[in-house]
Design a protein around this ligand. Structure first.
Ligand code: SF4
Length: 343
């Protein structure tokens, strides 16, 4: 790497911060240093892209403008505000952490205490500590890791903990102690808009004179790609069982490993007496490394076993519905030209 000497570290910080101040995107969470708002944005961005997160972020803060409202929200409201973002453990952890913050009498103000909150890992604690409280902790998301691995022409696997530690130590030497929050955001922003995965924009990059990968002409090769396991294909069936203005559904228990508390449409294995009728549609849905094809059928239930409920159309729009149930009902609505369900 070419920025190890003090004078080069200074040049690195100046170039990066000058570029960031001039070019940064105007994102809603960048307009505030309120730790509550920064925390919510960081949790949402853990598994959601920036453009997709913005409307959720704004609606969530309208519904829960402070820790108090979040801590005391009924769970169905919380899950409904999160519906569509996926990974619902994040919403539940937000509420657990909000209760802890109330018990503490305010948002914790140092990295170790922030790290103790439910759902907060090293990266999120460093991002909140640096952006909200101006503390010098490098926060490396996937974008920042890519930038640093190219700057240093890192040869190892960036998914390995050894390489991550090396990059964190490197970032620790580079981070600007006077503007740590801005520095962290600048590095992540550079990775998001300039030092992008496939076609890094080196000619317009403020760091191109300091970048080892660029100097070696290897910017597109790095970081090294580690082959992903091939996805698994799974077929499933969902049943739409109706009576006038009602649909049969069931609710996952609070102990369910996935989507606890969410409502689902029945599957044939749950209703052995059901008579399966015409196919309504097929849709695809991916969860981690599994590609599901859901075949949606009309059916009649026969005897309805315990645990199933006839939900009115109004109720269906109020309860937290799983994404697959929503997609199936949207197929039904399209088929019937009826917008009461889904969409
Ligand atoms: S010069 Fe190119 S590879 Fe190096 S940090 Fe900038 S965009 Fe990334």
């Amino acid at each position: 790497m070419h920025v190890e000497r003090p004078i080069e570290v200074r040049a690195f910080r100046q170039r990066l911060l000058a570029w960031y101040r001039q070019s940064k995107r105007d994102l809603p969470w960048r307009r505030s240093r309120d730790p509550y708002r920064i925390w919510i944005s960081e949790i949402m961005l853990q598994q959601t892209r920036v453009a997709a997160a913005i409307p959720y972020y704004e609606r969530f803060l309208e519904r829960f403008p402070s820790v108090l409202e979040l801590a005391s929200a009924p769970e169905p409201d919380l899950l409904a505000a999160w519906a569509g973002l996926g990974y619902y453990a994040r919403a539940r952890n937000l509420q657990r952490a909000a209760k802890t913050i109330l018990e503490l009498g305010g948002f914790p103000r140092d990295h170790a205490s922030i790290r103790e909150l439910a759902g907060v890992g090293d990266y999120t604690a460093a991002a909140i500590a640096s952006i909200a409280f101006g503390l010098k902790h490098p926060a490396l998301d996937g974008n920042a890791i890519r930038v640093l691995s190219r700057l240093t022409a890192e040869q190892g696997n960036i998914a390995s903990s050894v390489v991550k530690k090396r990059l964190v130590a490197f970032a620790d030497r580079l981070i600007d102690p006077r503007h740590p929050g801005e520095f962290n955001q600048a590095l992540m922003e550079l990775g998001a808009v300039v030092c992008v995965p496939k076609e890094p924009q080196c000619p317009v990059c403020p760091l191109h004179r300091l970048c080892a990968a660029r100097l070696q002409g290897r910017e597109k090769e790095l970081p090294l790609k580690v082959p992903r396991p091939s996805p698994i294909e799974v077929e499933k069936q969902l049943l739409v069982i109706q009576k006038p203005a009602r649909i049969l559904a069931w609710q996952r228990t609070a102990l369910s490993r996935r989507l606890a508390g969410f409502w689902e449409l029945p599957e044939p294995e749950q209703l052995p007496a059901a008579k399966i009728g015409a196919k309504i549609a097929v849709f695809r849905h991916t969860i981690v490394n599994t590609n599901y094809s859901f075949h949606v059928y009309r059916a009649s239930a026969g005897r309805v076993p315990k645990g199933f409920h006839w939900l009115s159309t109004k109720k269906l729009n109020e309860v937290p519905l799983s994404t697959t149930a929503k997609k199936a009902l949207a197929c039904l609505a399209r088929r019937e030209g009826d917008l009461r369900y889904g969409e």
